[in-house]
Design a protein around this ligand. Structure first.
Ligand code: NAD
Ligand code: UGA
Length: 474
């Protein structure tokens, strides 16, 4: 029976996953380790609002378990040595240089984990791939673990499992507590059963699926590719609706009633963001080409292509409605995270859309309930207006690319020419447009890329409304 678990990587997956595991398996010790000291410090913060990840429900679980059977530290080697099961939950971003740059996954963090495990594991250790990995990565990990025999403890032996994570940000805790399925891939029955026994503490038996290692690795990439494909599919039809007078909400409802299609993941929007959809599809594209399947590669690449096109399309629509020029115009941006209920901005469609608007000369006023000003500045590579004003050089350099960060009070709307809703945060659906309209410049526009604002309120206030998959509403 597993007594001590180490998770390498205290990120969006490692942190919440191990917190739920610890809450459900009180007899097992869970050590979450990371090389990022700042992140670990935040995980250990007394103020739960300072945890490095915002995820509804996470704070309470951390409060219950931290210091009892859940520990966050930078003691990677010590925790590896003590563990009888190790989850690898590190980042696997797209390669930025070398062979496969722009598509293949960069496995340098995975390789370094394998080397660390090989060097410090002390007895029999079950190594679990939690990160999303190219199919057949298990082979590489095994080779590294087995080949560094000279460095490692002679008594250590390893089994490798794949146990991909399917949680979605913003609903991570709910997804972990009540998963649609848990997938365990591997060849050694004892190792599979050991991990199965952990999940069995709260997941119904029929939801725990076993497969071979390669099926498990490929299933994770495939699940993300199918989900992203649905978003691109509905966004392609959204564009169609706008030019034909159809309403994407009605089309989604009509097709979603077909039990073969299903009603979930049919919301038109600015395009999919998040750290994984794009990288995982591009990885699939890379692998398909590698295995001599260019038609398969092209099919999946078109999903990413449509997503980028959709983001640029939105910029063109805003530009066209605002008389073809954005210079001297001020646009309010509501929402910067890639979806609601997370502070994650990775690949958020807001980044590209805002950059496009800035390039057209617009001044942006940005609000997000959970994303910090510092994070927005990091994503843009442009400091906010107030910092530029203080520094003549910055002022000159970013003269035409200006943005400020703001809270959402009535004066947010002062002198705005348009408001663009980019993330579906609840608070944006209860904005008083009558009050907002009085503060905005006329003719003012509201562009709703998530279909969450009170359209009637907008129209009654005298502002013009444009909705994704609907077009203009009079
Ligand atoms: P993340 O970047 O938030 O966290 C990864 C962490 O690993 C970082 O804090 C980094 O410092 C740490 N790390 C890297 N190498 C290390 C090493 N050798 N030793 C110790 N720490 C190390 O990433 P994430 O979003 O948690 O994603 C992790 C994996 O899970 C990725 O493969 C991703 O595709 C997959 N995944 C992510 C999600 C999600 O919602 N974010 C969901 C399912 C699967
Ligand atoms: C996604 C998957 O849903 C998870 O199962 C998976 O584990 C995870 O990726 C991963 O591997 O990282 P996540 O990216 O957190 O989770 O969030 P989603 O809810 O899938 O949303 C992804 C993007 O698609 C968001 O930008 C969201 O706004 C967009 N989306 C989603 C739409 O535009 N319309 C929809 O109907 C659904």
């Amino acid at each position: 029976m597993i007594k001590n678990v180490c998770c390498i990587g205290a990120g969006y997956v490692g942190g919440p996953t191990m917190s739920v595991f610890a809450d459900k398996c009180k007899d097992v010790i869970f050590n979450v380790v990371d090389v990022n000291e700042e992140r670990i410090k935040a995980w250990n913060s007394d103020d739960l609002a300072k945890l490095p990840i915002y995820e509804p429900g996470l704070g309470e679980i951390v409060k219950r378990c931290r210091g009892k059977n859940l520990f966050f530290s930078c003691e990677v080697y010590k925790c590896i040595a003590e563990a009888d099961m190790i989850f690898i939950s590190v980042n696997t971003p797209t390669k930025t240089k070398g062979v496969g740059a722009g598509k293949a996954s960069d496995l340098k963090w995975i390789e370094s984990c394998a080397r660390q495990i090989s060097a410090y594991a002390t007895a029999h250790t079950i190594v679990v791939e939690k990160s999303t990995l190219p199919v057949r990565t298990g082979e590489v990990i095994k080779e590294i673990l087995d080949s560094s025999k000279s460095l490692r403890n002679k008594n250590s032996t390893f089994d490798i499992l794949s146990n991909p994570e399917f949680l979605a940000e913003g609903t991570a805790i709910e997804n972990l507590l009540n998963p649609d399925r848990v997938l365990i891939g591997g060849s050694n029955k004892d190792a599979i059963n050991a991990l199965h026994a952990i999940y069995k503490n709260w997941v119904p038996e029929e939801k725990i699926i076993h497969s071979n290692l390669w099926s498990s690795e490929l299933s994770k990439l495939t699940a993300n590719a199918f989900l992203a494909q649905r978003v691109s599919s509905i966004n392609s039809i959204g564009a169609f609706c706008e030019v034909t007078g159809a309403d994407i909400r009605e089309v989604s409802r009509a097709i979603g009633k077909d039990s073969r299609i299903g009603s979930k993941f049919l919301n038109a929007g600015p395009g999919f963001g998040g750290s994984c959809f794009k990288k995982d599809i591009l990885n699939l594209v890379y692998l398909a080409n590698h295995f001599g399947l260019p038609e398969v590669a092209n099919f999946w690449e078109s999903v990413v292509h449509l997503n980028s096109w959709n983001q640029d399309r939105l910029t063109h629509i805003i530009l066209e409605k605002l008389f073809g020029t954005l210079s001297e115009k001020k646009i309010g941006i509501l929402g910067f995270s890639f979806k609601a209920n997370t502070n994650d901005t990775r690949e958020s469609p807001a980044i590209q859309i805002c950059k496009n608007l800035l390039s057209e000369g617009a001044t942006l006023k940005i609000h997000d309930p959970k994303v910090s000003k510092k994070q927005v500045a990091l994503e843009f590579g442009i400091p906010p207006i107030e910092e530029c004003k203080k520094n003549e050089e910055l002022n000159k350099k970013f003269k035409y690319k200006k943005w400020e960060y703001s809270i959402l009070k009535d004066d947010f709307f002062d002198n705005l020419d348009a408001v663009v809703v980019l993330t579906e945060w609840d608070i944006y659906s209860s904005i008083n447009w009558e009050k907002a309209a009085k503060k905005m410049r006329s003719p003012g526009w509201v562009f709703d890329t998530r279909l969450i604002v009170d359209e009637e309120g907008v129209i009654n206030s005298g502002l013009s409304f444009w909705g994704i998959g609907i077009g203009n509403l009079k």
